[in-house]
Ligand binder design. Structure first.
Ligand SMILES: NC(=O)c1ccc[n+]([C@@H]2O[C@H](COP(=O)([O-])OP(=O)(O)OC[C@H]3O[C@@H](n4cnc5c(N)ncnc54)[C@H](OP(=O)(O)O)[C@@H]3O)[C@@H](O)[C@H]2O)c1
Length: 437
């Protein structure tokens, strides 16, 4: 049998401890699958004394993950610390430069420095595997990088943040407010004490930027993503969406357009009957559309110690199965030096259908004025309905419009016009509608 693969793990928190546990519990099975043993020879975390419920055997402890990354007795370095800079970045860079294979679950690091790190990995001829960085346990990276060779991707989109999907699912199922759902999510450990990163879309954007690079062969551009979170979604939106045959999801969407690549993260209405609309709670899903395959939807657990460990261990096993001298495939599907610069499509030209909810004064002429603003901007309406606002003393109405395909620019201009007409009693709500199978 070949020599054992010696693994160093930096970070023994939720994911790191699960990885260490599964590597131990499934050692025999993994040896059978990989044709060699996988042994943890070194570990690093902040607090050496913390009881992690783990027997780390003879693994050498390192206070400094960079030193671990450079240690002579490891073949693969597993980074499970987190963060786009600091010890995560310096240790991954050190490991690659020392010619060690790297596995990481760190989307923030890859979104910011992924291309630079890929260049080092490719120069050194080592693997940089990151399956767990996008959609946790769902093997989407492997699917796009390996199983879809020869396919040209036209669109990739998904539910990439379990916290947001949990909140939207409960808002719909139980009719409760965004704030009440968020509080519950925090109590149950599905949301961080500071939930901004999740609910405002940053986490989804990080993951989307990695998928965009894989899908379209462009350099990662995580700062060039149009982003709206879910904090302004109300029960009125959820109910109106349901009445119209839609469900609201926070989607990350990347697609090729005539003016470049569009990357956007925002609440989206998807048809209730579509497969992605059936993805509930903390579950994640990624849909990939290609010229050869058509549409593929992968769904499953997007976070949690064991689910994430499953993806990390798959990456470690790939390293164990690789052989010296074997030419590894490029990190982002094409050689990092050949990734094209990202050309951003103008969001104002995004074409699709829109849901518009307006709360207006109940007075003569308002309905007609709204319809005129739409017509003036060449917006064709699929439906326009008005309802009385219940429980309000002041005379107000809700007007709900669903447009046929039109542009972002036209919708914004029309809504600005309605706002200037001084008919609104509340902020207008605009939600994009996405075609989904
Ligand atoms: N949790 C998930 O469900 C999930 C899902 C997908 C991807 N990820 C990604 O996986 C990574 C790890 O996440 P996690 O949830 O496991 O985080 P975590 O529970 O906070 O664990 C972080 C670990 O890093 C260690 N650490 C922090 N600073 C360090 C330093 N300077 N030197 C050495 N060790 C240090 C901590 O040590 P102490 O234990 O001593 O404090 C801890 O063991 C992140 O990149 C995250 O985005 C997580």
């Amino acid at each position: 049998m070949a020599e054992a693969l010696r693994v160093g793990i930096a970070g023994l928190g939720t994911v790191g401890a699960s990885v260490a546990r599964v590597l131990r519990d499934k050692a025999t099975e993994l040896t059978r699958q990989c044709g060699r043993d996988i042994v943890i020879t070194a570990v690093s975390a902040r607090d050496r004394k913390r009881d992690r419920g783990l027997d780390l055997g003879d693994a050498t402890w390192f206070d400094d993950p960079v030193k671990l990354a450079q240690a002579a007795d490891i073949d693969a370095f597993v980074e499970l610390i987190g963060g786009e800079e600091g010890p995560a970045r310096s240790s991954v860079k050190a490991a690659l430069e020392a010619g060690r294979h790297v596995v990481t679950a760190n989307k923030a690091l890859l979104a910011k420095h992924g291309v630079a790190l890929a260049e080092i990995a490719e120069k050194k001829g080592v693997l940089l595997n990151y399956e767990a960085a996008v959609a946790g346990g769902i093997p989407v990276i492997k699917t796009m990088r390996e199983a879809m060779a020869g396919n040209s991707v036209t669109r990739v989109f998904g539910i990439l943040n379990g916290t947001c999907n949990y909140i939207l699912t409960r808002m719909e199922a139980e009719g409760i407010s965004f704030d009440a759902c968020l509080e519950d999510a925090q109590r149950l450990g599905y949301a961080e004490a500071d939930p901004t990163f999740d609910i405002e879309g940053h986490d989804t954007a990080h993951k989307l930027s990695i998928l965009t690079s894989l899908a379209f062969g462009t350099r990662i551009a995580a700062n060039d993503i149009y982003m709206e979170g879910i904090s302004n979604i109300t029960q009125a939106d959820i109910r109106a969406a349901g009445d119209l045959g839609y469900r609201i999801k926070l989607l990350g969407v990347a697609q090729r357009t005539e003016s470049g690549i569009e990357q956007r993260v925002h609440p989206t209405m998807v048809p209730t009957a579509s497969v992605i609309a059936q993805v509930h709670g903390v579950t994640n899903a990624v849909a990939i559309e290609t010229d050869i395959l058509g549409e593929l939807l992968l769904s499953g657990p997007g976070a949690g110690g064991n689910a994430t460990a499953s993806a990390v261990i798959g990456d470690i096993a790939d390293i164990a199965k690789s052989r010296p001298g074997f030419q590894h495939g490029p990190v982002f599907g094409r050689p990092a030096k050949e990734l094209k610069p990202y050309k951003k499509a103008q969001m104002r030209s995004h074409a699709g259908g829109y849901f518009i909810r307006l709360t207006v004064h109940d007075r003569i002429g308002v309905f007609a004025a709204i319809a005129k603003r739409m017509a003036d901007n060449d917006i064709s309406l699929e439906s326009i309905v008005q309802h009385a606002v219940s429980g309000e003393a002041a005379a107000q109405k809700t007007v709900i419009l669903v447009t046929h395909e039109t542009t972002e620019a036209a919708v914004r201009k029309a809504v600005d016009g309605v706002t200037k007409d001084d008919h609104l009693t509340d902020k207008p709500q605009v939600i994009r509608i996405e075609r989904a199978g």
